[in-house]
Ligand binder design. Structure first.
Ligand code: PRP
Length: 225
């Protein structure tokens, strides 16, 4: 057991968890314990003296900003929604999806003079998108299954994450406009980057190599098809 304090890494629970764990395993930092986690929340890797914690996306930012966690693995969607202080060091190029404006199929969102209602889990992203467009809207914050809002008549449209497009399709909705692309990012606490420079840079370099390796494989597979 090392007497040095463990480096702390927060992974986002859910959608991107599996690939994040897989990436750390691929660079030789064993995370298999997380795959069979039960209700455990902190996982120690003795070889590298790292503590992994599993938390919800916005909490990754909070823990990293406060410096109780050194590194966070989290989606760009969350980084865009919450205004926090950290360094974004690496695009891990998985968990790829996009922010889109979507609504009932066949409707022209832009017609009419009424102030449009937008349901979303991402009020800041939606507000800033429509501000740039010079479009006055009302935001309605929804915590999940946002697609329901226009279906029940709560809103005219939604601003949400679209990955495969299945949820929209299966609920009679379609994309009106794409807003921007999203992928998983590696963020670092500002003080940690100075205090634990070598440890952090070592992990970032290894992950960068792994990202490049995976991109190469993807390109080769695409070329084969
Ligand atoms: C996200 C998003 C959409 C869905 C899009 O929801 O809010 O509902 O995924 O994915 P698709 O384009 O592949 O269908 P998530 O599963 O994270 O759960 P939530 O609706 O409870 O937020």
């Amino acid at each position: 057991m090392s007497i040095r304090k463990p480096l702390k890494i927060a992974l986002t629970k859910g959608r991107i968890e599996k690939t994040a764990v897989d990436m750390f395993n691929s660079i030789g930092i064993d995370c298999t314990e997380i795959e069979n986690k039960g209700r455990k929340l902190i996982f120690h890797n003795d070889e590298f003296n790292i503590d992994f914690v599993l938390v919800k996306a916005p909490d990754v930012l909070t823990y990293v900003e406060h410096g109780v966690v050194d590194i966070g693995i989290v989606g760009k969607d969350t980084l865009m929604e919450f205004d926090k202080n950290f360094y974004e060091l690496l695009d891990l190029k998985f968990g790829k999806c996009k922010f889109s404006l979507a609504g009932p199929k066949g409707k022209n969102f832009y017609e009419g003079y009424n102030r449009k209602k937008i349901a979303t889990k991402y009020p800041n992203v939606a507000r800033s998108y429509f501000k740039k467009m010079g479009f006055d809207i009302e935001i309605i914050k929804i915590e999940g299954s946002v697609e329901m809002a226009p279906m029940l008549g709560l809103s005219d449209a939604i601003v949400d994450i679209v990955e495969t497009g299945t949820t929209l399709r299966e609920n009679g909705l379609e994309v009106y406009n794409d807003i921007c692309s999203i992928s998983t990012r590696l963020i670092v606490n500002m003080a940690s980057l100075k205090m634990k420079k070598n440890e952090i840079e070592d992990i970032v370099d290894r992950l960068k190599e792994e990202v490049d390796r995976r991109e190469q494989i993807k390109k080769l597979k695409e070329a084969e098809n």
